[in-house]
Design a protein around this ligand. Sequence first.
Ligand code: KIV
Length: 286
Amino acid sequence: MRLTERHEKLTARSLIRMKSKGQKIAMITAYDFPTARLADDAGVDSILVGDSAAMVVLGYPDTRFVGIDEMITFCRAVTRAVRRALVIGDMPFMSYHVSHEDAVRNAGRFVKEGGVDAVKVEGGRHYADVVRSIVRAGIPVMGHVGMTPQFFVTSVGYRLRGKKVEDAEEVIKDAEEIARAGAFSIVLEFAVSEVAEYLSSTLEIPVIGIGAGPKCDGQVLVLHDVVGLYEKSPPFAKRYADVGTAILNAIKSYVEDVKADSFPGPEHTQFMDSAEREELRKRVGR
Ligand code: KIV
């Protein structure tokens, strides 16, 4: 029996409950129907429709290039597939940075048009009020602190956070403010394990790590890094399969078959009944 047939749909509260029971939370990204269905059937607790789609699906150089309409299309595909996992839509660059009204309106689009259960907002304490506004509108929000790729130009870049005590304190303050603003969970990206351990043990909400060591309440990875479909994976990602090579070899075999005239074979071809074939021959004269 598949997991999705046995379990109820998870909510933001379910993740908080899992933390309180000491159960680890497994989260992965997905952006389309087939991989979201596979992830759900594999038993992930949450699926993030991440703005990493910008690079791993759309081929942009960084996350700032993906737009809200593109993200909502990905969310729709994922929510059509998922039966159990909590689905979180990642609010892209410039969808919550301009004003609180904009942020609430766009978060609402993720829920109403994308069908997601919650949204994720990247950024430290300066975005606490944005989180507060969206939560006030009735939409669960996941925060995202530590390394924040949408802000790589104006903040520290793609760099490990918390190596020095001052920086560790910055990340801790960011997470605490976002938690106080009402987030139901926080992603902690590329930060030292000591910060992850402190936050996981002091915050009531789950801290989901990516590149933040094992002391988090759960982990998230980008699907394309996990299955080997992206060439520029970060050092903290673990590759569990080489699907890229499997796809490449499958397509090479298909090309060879077409060139050698060995595909399609009779099993992939439809024929008329013999009487119909005879009649056709008579009519077309061949
Ligand atoms: O966009 C994304 O995939 C993310 C994860 C790295 C947490 O934000």
